[in-house]
Design a protein around this ligand. Structure first.
Ligand code: FES
Ligand SMILES: [Fe+2]
Length: 372
């Protein structure tokens, strides 16, 4: 890896003396390759909410830095995550989302698998020496859930999901996130490094400029966190998940603690997802790194389950969806400009503001994992 030692040291100074990360941190394919090995393939990453796959056979395929994977619910009710390839010669098994019933059939030579991953049918394999069906089931990833948020991991080693999350669950306890239900999501294809998206998502320095016609200027504070997450809280006594000045269409969650009532938490659960937790809802920015300069961004939104039966639910929810998409697109516009600038032969890291504290924290967490 080719980052300049002096630039790395400048990026990790105390904030009032620090500079931004070296350009190569965002543009060098060798850094991206190192992130794949040491960040993406080593840590829990968010997939979706469990209620998105309610019935046996429900599945959803995902791209990931470790290749195509698929989440599927078995006849035993368990969710599992597998590498999405056939054990014969490797075709992708499932695309998109839906229900496969009890069996997954490979589109190439029709090997079939049960919805718990066991190999079921494999025509014309009688002569294959030493071939054992039991050893040729789908290859499983580690899977864990917290309050209905489903995470997977490419390695079996390392801390449990709860250990990884540190005090995040305790700090979000009064939002009762287990009651959340995903009602909306979109995916954007963004020409920038994944870290730029998440750094942008934990600073309010830009909001009065980039979002002057939507959310506008904001003030935030940076609560201390323990574990693999960082946070800013944007101060507002009412939800900022819609753009109108009127009272938000959904009531606040009952029983929010004193801190939670004071504003929206914009968190990053390392390495790749933001959960924005407001007084009345939650939305996420889930980054799927594709290359050093391309990222798929899923924006998803949830409301407490008790809101879903409201006759006018869709009408009330529409302004939230509108805000989430418009603001995300405004951010993507500026981040693509930033990515292009980072490619300049004359780029030199610039000085940070006190308002860039969590930008620096994000970069330092990744730097530490890369051993830089
Ligand atoms: S690749 Fe799946 S059956 Fe041949
Ligand atoms: Fe923004």
């Amino acid at each position: 890896m080719s980052l300049d030692r002096t630039e790395i040291e400048a990026a990790t100074q105390p904030l009032n003396r620090a500079r931004s990360m070296p350009a190569g941190f965002y543009t060098d394919p060798a850094i991206f390759a190192a992130e794949r090995e040491r960040v993406f393939l080593k840590h829990w990453f968010f997939l979706t909410r469990a209620e998105e796959l309610q019935n046996p056979g429900d599945f959803r395929a995902f791209d990931s830095p470790g290749g195509p994977i698929v989440l599927i619910r078995g006849n035993d009710g368990q969710l599992r995550c597998f590498a999405n390839y056939c054990r014969h010669r490797g075709s992708i098994l499932l695309e998109g989302s839906g229900n496969v019933g009890g069996r997954i059939t490979c589109p190439y030579h029709a090997w079939s698998y049960l919805n718990d991953g066991r190999l079921y049918g494999c025509p014309d394999m009688k002569d294959a020496e030493g071939f054992d069906k039991v050893e040729n089931g789908l290859v499983a990833l580690d899977l864990d859930q917290w309050e209905g948020f489903v995470f997977a991991r490419f390695t079996k080693d390392g801390p449990t999901l709860l250990e990884h999350l540190g005090d995040f669950p305790a700090r979000m306890a009064s939002h009762k996130l287990g009651d959340m239900r995903c009602t909306w999501r979109i995916t954007l294809d963004v020409a920038c490094n994944w870290k730029l998206i998440l750094e942008n998502a934990v600073e309010t320095y830009h909001t009065g400029i980039v979002h002057k016609n939507t959310v506008g200027a904001q003030q935030s504070r940076s609560p201390q966190t323990q574990g693999n997450w960082i946070c800013i809280q944007v101060i507002s006594g009412r939800s900022i998940a819609t753009l109108t000045d009127e009272v938000p269409p959904f009531d606040p969650i009952m029983g929010l603690d004193e801190n939670a009532r004071q504003g929206t938490y914009f968190t990053v659960v390392m390495p790749t997802v933001q959960f924005a937790v407001a007084q009345d809802c939650l939305w996420w920015l889930n980054t799927i790194p594709v290359s050093e300069n391309r990222t798929l961004l899923e924006v998803g939104g949830c409301f407490p389950e008790s809101r879903l039966p409201l006759a006018d639910f869709d009408w009330r929810a529409a302004p939230y969806y509108d805000r989430w998409e418009r603001v995300a697109r405004e951010d993507m516009g500026i981040l693509e400009k930033q990515q292009r600038a980072l490619g300049s032969a004359l780029y030199r890291p610039g000085p940070l503001s006190w308002r860039d504290d969590m930008v620096q924290a994000m970069g330092v967490w990744v730097m530490d994992r890369l051993g830089l």
